[in-house]
Design a protein around this ligand. Structure first.
Ligand SMILES: Nc1ncnc2c1ncn2[C@@H]1O[C@H](COP(=O)(O)OP(=O)(O)OP(=O)(O)O)[C@@H](O)[C@H]1O
Ligand SMILES: [Mg+2]
Length: 280
């Protein structure tokens, strides 16, 4: 199924050397990122690390200042949100952008009603059920207002809506941030279903448990730069947190630590003569 090693897949979406500044702020510097079909890539990092900026560059909200983005093997420009959608990159922003007073069907089709001349209520309801069934969503009825749904159900509706355009990459910004334990589990199941459908999933998260539960790969951003990439199945939370905080940020610091350890070992093995003298 999706058991193929991540590294052997050719990426569907690929970023090389992507940078973005806001005035004097370097929000992203030389970012590389690959996402394959049927893969969940978690992007983690501290506040201000550049995660949302990266999402917005991919969603066409911001344009990168430099670097290359390729999709399905071709170089692309993502000039605006409609360019992202027509490429097949869908984004579920953290605020979900659902209308509280409208029901599930109305929210799913808001702005993209099926019939150009009049609302085709029946077709939209059928399509809504079909989508929700594909996601195995637990939503009792599609005619209830969003306001009466739980956080997990809302997340499901927002994800279902983004699937209407038949995307190949879906970006979820903090999909479990405001959810309880059961709802989080529901959304994590949903992410697995997206992967089973062959979508490439980019998931922004602060929660190491969630990341390790569903991601295939973890990409760490720190101060707007890549600061480590890990196999989510084998990495420990401590290693990821260290990369996030910069405690042990890269091979260079690991090498330096190794050299220090070796130097310490050499000096302690030379100590006994001295301490013999001193302890008398
Ligand atoms: N529109 C903007 N104008 C100016 N600076 C911005 C803008 N958007 C982001 N920044 C700056 O870019 C940097 C990266 O911000 P970004 O929102 O991407 O971080 P983040 O990783 O999403 O953080 P958080 O976890 O807090 O959401 C920050 O220093 C931020 O202040
Ligand atoms: Mg953010």
């Amino acid at each position: 199924m999706n058991a193929a090693p991540v590294a052997t897949r050719s990426p569907l979406l690929s970023l090389r050397g992507v940078s973005k500044t806001f005035g004097a702020v370097n929000a992203l510097t030389d970012i590389d990122l690959d996402v394959a079909a049927g893969e969940v890539v978690a992007i983690v990092g501290d506040n201000g690390a550049g995660k949302s900026t990266l999402v917005k560059v991919l969603a066409g909200v911001h344009q990168a200042d430099s670097g290359e983005i390729s999709f399905d093997g071709s170089a692309v420009q993502i000039a605006d949100p409609s360019a992202a959608i027509s490429l097949g990159i869908a984004t579920v922003f953290q605020d979900l952008a659902l209308c509280e007073n409208l029901n599930v069907v109305e929210n799913l089709f808001l702005g993209q009603e099926l019939s150009p001349l009049r609302l085709d209520e029946v077709a939209m309801e059928v399509k809504s059920w079909e989508l929700l069934r594909q996601l195995s969503a637990r939503i009792p009825t599609v005619r209830v207002p969003i306001a009466s749904l739980s956080g997990g159900q809302r997340q499901t509706v927002a994800i279902a809506r983004s699937l209407l355009g038949d995307p190949r990459i879906i970006i979820l910004d903090e999909p479990t941030a405001a959810l309880g334990v059961a709802q989080t589990a529901e959304v994590l199941d949903l992410i697995e279903r997206l992967r089973e459908r062959g979508l490439g999933v980019i998931m922004i998260s602060h929660n190491m448990e969630d990341v390790r539960a569903v991601a295939d790969r973890v990409v760490v951003l720190r101060l707007g730069r890549n600061n480590g990439e890990f196999d989510a199945h084998t990495v420990s939370s401590e290693e990821v947190v260290a990369a996030i905080t910069g405690a042990t940020d890269n091979v260079v610091t690991r090498r330096r630590d190794r050299l220090h350890d070796a130097a310490d070992a050499a000096s302690t093995s030379a100590q006994p003569d001295l301490t013999d003298e001193e302890t008398r």
